[in-house]
Design a protein around this ligand. Structure first.
Ligand SMILES: Nc1ncnc2c1ncn2[C@@H]1O[C@H](COP(=O)(O)OP(=O)(O)OP(=O)(O)O)[C@@H](O)[C@H]1O
Ligand SMILES: [Mg+2]
Length: 353
């Protein structure tokens, strides 16, 4: 088992800096999820930790030891790739034992480790099959099994479930959560999937442009995003952002309004009357009817998506902006009709324009 420490980690490809000084502490046994837009450097950072990319500057510590120059095999790390990367001509057993055979481990030990991994991953019946004879989810489990047999102290997962259909993803997500409990190993996991990030992580790291934007527990990031980027990235559908003007400030709050947002006081500091600002309200915070709510947004319905358990209403506001409301039941709205959605100001955020 091992913790990790990244100190001002940097990576350049030629003249272009891709990872721009990442500091991060990961405790022994922690489940850390990296999220961020495509191209922000998630895979690069994972590959630097694995030793598959060299580190341009900064220091990487695993279990207290600096290992910038250490060979990948010596780092006690195993990586699971999105593409599985299984050997098609080898059986499941041989795919899983491949690394151990290369390491010249005794035959009995290899046999025992593969059987144990197969038990954990429910692959015992499939050990003689070739990858082509497996479903996508089974192949993914073999790729994870190949990592488990090496008994790494740190697992790195790069979008391991993105090739699977929705139902299988959910099964595998639960498997991975169970695996983390059973093995107690440190896990670093890259994903684009909001639900995976929110449910698996002890800690989420939000990256953008090669820099850490915020690190925290999933709910902390959801409720207290440090900036507009994190606010827009965590949560689905995305948080609504509406241009507003600050009309009054008081201790710890600012009153804002716009042609579509009725005057409302929101918790905020660092604003002055007359400032332009951006009001952030999650679609789930919007409720039909403005009368009883303390904040409200008005506009015309442009699109209604009825999902059964919830209804997503798109609103064209009087200020010419688009806002989404997620109503937690089936509801009907006439496109073109005027509506007002209310919200609790306690659930709203204010960002600098
Ligand atoms: N070997 C390389 N040479 C030059 N540039 C590279 C190399 N590998 C990655 N990059 C660039 O580094 C940036 C980060 O890539 P990376 O693969 O880490 O992104 P990512 O966050 O994993 O994205 P995605 O979500 O699409 O997988 C990209 O702009 C990419 O083009
Ligand atoms: Mg990637």
């Amino acid at each position: 088992m091992a913790g990790l420490r990244l100190e001002n980690l940097r990576k350049k490809f030629g003249a272009i800096e891709i990872i721009k000084g990442v500091d991060l502490d990961i405790s022994d046994g922690e489940f850390v999820v990296f999220v961020g837009p495509s191209g922000c450097g998630k895979s690069t950072l994972l590959r630097m930790i694995a030793g598959l990319e060299d580190i341009t500057a900064g220091d990487l510590f695993i279990d207290g030891a600096r290992c910038n120059e250490m060979e990948p095999r010596e780092r006690g790390i195993a990586m699971v790739f999105q593409s599985y990367a299984l050997y098609p001509h080898l059986s499941v057993f041989d795919n899983m034992s491949f690394g151990l055979t290369l390491d010249r481990r005794p035959k009995a030990e290899i046999e025992a480790r593969v059987r144990e991994a197969a038990r954990i991953l429910k692959l015992e019946e499939l050990l003689h099959r070739r990858p082509a004879q497996l479903s996508g989810g089974q192949r993914q489990r073999v790729a994870i099994g190949r990592a488990i047999v090496r008994k790494p102290s740190v697992f790195l997962f790069d979008e391991p479930l993105s090739n699977l259909d929705a139902a299988l993803r959910m099964d595998m997500r639960m498997e991975i959560a169970r695996l983390h409990k059973e093995l107690g190993a440190t896990m670093i996991y890259v994903t684009h999937d909001q639900v995976e990030a929110m449910t698996l992580a002890d800690k989420i790291v939000v990256l953008d442009g090669g820099k850490v934007q915020q690190v925290g527990a999933p709910i902390e990031l959801y409720k207290k995003p440090a900036n507009r980027f994190v606010a827009g990235f965590i949560g689905s559908p995305k948080m609504n952002f509406l241009d507003v003007t600050v009309t009054r400030v008081a201790d710890g709050s600012a009153q804002v309004e716009s042609p579509s947002v009725a005057p409302v006081a929101v918790q905020a500091s660092g604003f002055a009357a007359g400032d332009r600002a951006v009001l952030g309200v999650r679609p789930q915070a919007l409720r039909d009817g403005g009368a009883t709510a303390l904040g409200s947004i008005k506009g015309h319905v442009s699109l209604v998506e009825r999902l059964g358990h919830e209804t997503i209403v798109s609103l064209d506001t009087a200020s010419g902006e688009r806002a989404l409301a997620a109503i937690p039941q089936d509801a009907t709205y006439e496109p073109g009709s005027a509506v007002t959605f209310g919200f609790d100001p306690g659930a709203a955020h204010l960002f600098a324009a």
